[in-house]
Ligand binder design. Structure first.
Ligand code: FAD
Length: 423
């Protein structure tokens, strides 16, 4: 019997188990937490904060779980056309409200995670063990299993590490005599604070979401309509300028955003809980594709492979893209091939988000001349997206990862950006 063991039952783990299901007799998901229901839990503290799903991620999830968007909509998660049903502000300027062909699915992080896990567990051969932490790997040149906290060893023909940013796989590999992956970091010292409110239909003139970009010098955040007619409000600040959680100070911080939309909700709506904080030090990428001999029997994906600045809302979508990469490598995944293809997927999102962050002198990370030129052009494209619907549409499609970033370099778009992109 061929068995795959997937570590972590969050978004990346469930997606990985979904694609492994056809190729292994048994797929066992091992999870440290109790994952019943949609309540926030210890292992995924970020789920208390705004989670937007990019269109490419939604498309892949829809392919892997046909009908998912409709099921979530039936449970109360609204969907809307991205620039028509919601408001986007970049550096304080509203992105032109035009049709983009992009759908925003407004489900909370826990609701989406729970839905894909439930669908995955319904597949034949997929099982879940909760309250169970992985503490190491077994094997030598090849990985042959997982050690659990109680001392038990699970045999596995394939181990998939989807334990998130805090993944211990580099230590576990080193303990078996393997090389550790190199790490790339871009430090942004981002702070989030989030709170939910009762929504009234007249808020935001009926728009379902507002997103205000956050950069050094511009505080930001957003408000998204959630299942249960609630607002999920997140405030954000970079380079140590973190939003406070004391309710009156939270409201004062909201008033300092470059546009009033989020503050109007915070000021007028009835709060349903207290603000909760989250600190994110920086984007972190583990370069498994550069290992000279990545061991057979182990694959690392999701945030364990690359954790992105959450302001760009890329993590769940890139995890979904990596699940498709994994599917292409089955039934006997070669790790070098998997990491090479996964790196191509990560490169796109990493280049967009870190390229944008590195425009600011206070952000720490490796800079290049090319990065500076691209960054200056992207800043101009953001201004042009405020005035020109064609640029707005293209910009949103690249941000949603349905078009490559090079789409913004098509000659007609460059002309429009140069024309409409002056401040
Ligand atoms: C503040 C914040 C906001 C974000 N906003 C967005 C957004 O708007 N859009 C977006 O697409 N992405 C966003 N992300 C990223 C997104 O949360 C992740 O990319 C996504 O959840 C995929 O993560 P994952 O499944 O790889 O890991 P995680 O979600 O971190 O899950 C890891 C799982 O592994 C379990 N686990 C950990 N260690 C062990 C162990 N030793 N043994 C067994 N189980 C273990 C944990 O309990 C958990 O269930 C955000 C991240 C942060 C920090």
């Amino acid at each position: 019997m061929r068995q795959a063991v997937v570590l972590g039952a969050s978004v990346a783990g469930s997606l990985a188990a979904r694609v492994l299901a056809g190729s292994f007799d048994r797929v066992l998901i091992v999870e440290r937490d109790d994952v019943a229901g949609v309540a926030p839990r210890r292992g995924v503290p970020q789920a208390r904060h705004l989670h937007g799903l990019m269109e490419r991620g939604r498309q892949i999830m829809e392919e892997l779980y046909p009908g998912l968007t409709g099921d979530l909509a039936a449970e109360g998660a609204p969907t809307t056309e991205v620039l028509r049903g919601s408001r986007w502000y970049l550096s304080g300027l509203r992105v032109f409200p035009t049709a983009t062909g992009l759908t925003t699915l407004l489900a909370s992080g826990p609701m989406l995670e729970n839905a894909i896990r439930t669908h995955t567990l319904a597949l034949p051969g997929v099982e879940l063990r909760t309250h169970c932490a992985a503490v190491g790997l077994t094997g030598g040149d090849e990985i042959t299993g997982v050690r659990l906290s109680g001392g038990e060893v699970l045999h596995a023909d394939l181990v998939v590490d989807a334990t998130g940013r805090g993944s211990r796989a580099p230590d576990w590999l080193a303990a078996l005599g393997h090389e550790r992956p190199a790490e790339d970091r871009v430090d942004v010292d981002l702070g989030y604070a989030s709170r939910t409110y009762q929504r009234k239909p007249e808020h935001l003139d009926g728009h379902l979401a507002v997103v205000v970009s956050t950069t050094p010098g511009f505080r930001g955040g957003g408000a998204i309509t959630l299942e249960g007619d609630r607002w999920h409000v997140t405030l954000a600040g970079m380079l140590g300028d973190h939003p406070p959680v004391e309710p009156a100070e939270f409201e004062r911080f909201a008033a300092t955003l470059p546009v009033p939309d989020v503050h109007e909700i915070v000021r007028d709506a009835e709060p349903l809980d207290d603000p909760v904080p989250h600190r994110f030090r920086g984007s972190l990428r583990r370069r498994y594709e550069r290992l000279r001999r990545p061991p057979h029997g182990l694959l690392v994906l999701g945030d364990a492979l690359c954790s992105f600045n959450p302001l760009y809302a890329q993590g769940m979508t890139v995890a979904a893209q990596q699940a498709l990469v994994l599917r292409d490598c089955l039934p006997d995944p070669d790790p070098a091939r998997f990491y090479r293809a996964a790196a191509e997927v990560v490169d796109v999102a990493w280049g967009m988000s870190t390229g944008s962050d590195l425009r600011y002198p206070g952000v720490e990370g490796p800079r290049s001349v090319r990065g500076r030129v691209v960054g200056a052009y992207a800043a101009r494209a953001q201004v042009a997206a405020h005035r020109d619907p064609v640029v707005a549409r293209t910009f949103m499609r690249t941000a949603n990862l349905t078009l490559p970033p090079t789409a913004l370099l098509a000659p007609d778009i460059v002309l429009r950006v140069l024309r409409a992109g002056r401040r």
